[in-house]
Design a protein around this ligand. Sequence first.
Ligand code: SIN
Ligand code: CO
Length: 401
Amino acid sequence: MVAHNVTILTEEVIRLNKIMRLNRKTHILGKTSVNNFLKNYWQKKPLLIKNAIANFVSPVTASDLFTIAQNEEAISRLIEHKQGIWQVKYGPFKRSDLLKKTNIPWTILVQNINHYLPFAESFLNLFKFIPYARLDDLMISYATKKGSVGPHFDSYDVFLFQAQGVREWKISDQKKFTLDKKSPIKIITNFKSKNSWLLKPGDMLYLPPNIGHWGISQSDDCLTYSIGFRAPGTFEIQSNFLDFIQDHLITNVNEIYKDPNLTLQKNPAEISSNMTKSIRGIVDRLRWDKSSINHFIGQFLSEPIESSIFEAQKPLSLKVFEKSLISKTLRLNPKARMLFIKNNFYVNGEYIKIDKKYTPYLKCLANDREISLESTLNKKDLSALGIILLPLYLSGFVGFI
Ligand code: SIN
Ligand code: CO
């Protein structure tokens, strides 16, 4: 089952982009300015935004979600609360699994919807006030009346946008939680609600990490979009850095330990101070500087999610590619991550070496996730850009619209 069966018409995306006035960065935060949000709420405290988008009608339907949940690559969960026990099943699902109507409330959550639907990718533009390096994905859940994933907390920041139907959100201000040991999912057993709100289509709730929350659908057609942010753990950063250093070790691989001045040891099992000193010297020769750490950061943060598959394209001559470059819009694959540090670019964990002169073009591709080159571009520059971009095209990281 391929996801492009799910078609959201391009005109619909354009219409919604207009409604959402994507250029007005503050729009999605209602009366709260971006600066106020970053200073007082981001990673600090919850914020309820009524009418974040007025008159919102979700272009994504429950049926679209069910279609994506059948895809082998998609990450989805179905959660039911049966006889006091929270039960979870993982996708891919069959449509019949989802259409069976039971009188037990249920919910399905599908991650990375922005990889499947152009609308979902453009919806994320509304959150451009947070750097792409922190953005994870757009997850969408569908729930029947009373459907829920239960009271829990997440380790990540999230915007919960009510797209269809009504959901009650309860949040707590507890610092200590006890978890249900019997449950296969993380459920808080001592949840105490501090605030509760009814979110209608177009309303949104921002939650920083570790806030206890519980969203319960109040209608049979509840769709909630979760815009989730990622934050790597210290261990993850350090262990990935050690792997990076290992892969980029510049050392004499043929050099081996030598001890031409060996003298007789009293205890043959003892590691002598000469030997520890000599090996310490080899370890001490490992060096990294700011620039190698920055390369690591760029490659690490631009790694795509593990399940991403990029289809390699048929070989193409540079000439043909250049022609397309000036006649079509080049767009990043929705699954691709492209970031930069000063004038160094990273796509899907790979460092892209370029002449400084071409950085404005690459910055445009990274920021807007697409670029249309002028047909007036001179031959030399077009060919230089072709040489930079063709390998990305052949790897399936970018494509033409
Ligand atoms: C949802 O049920 O759509 C949101 C899940 C969550 O609270 O993280
Ligand atoms: Co949550």
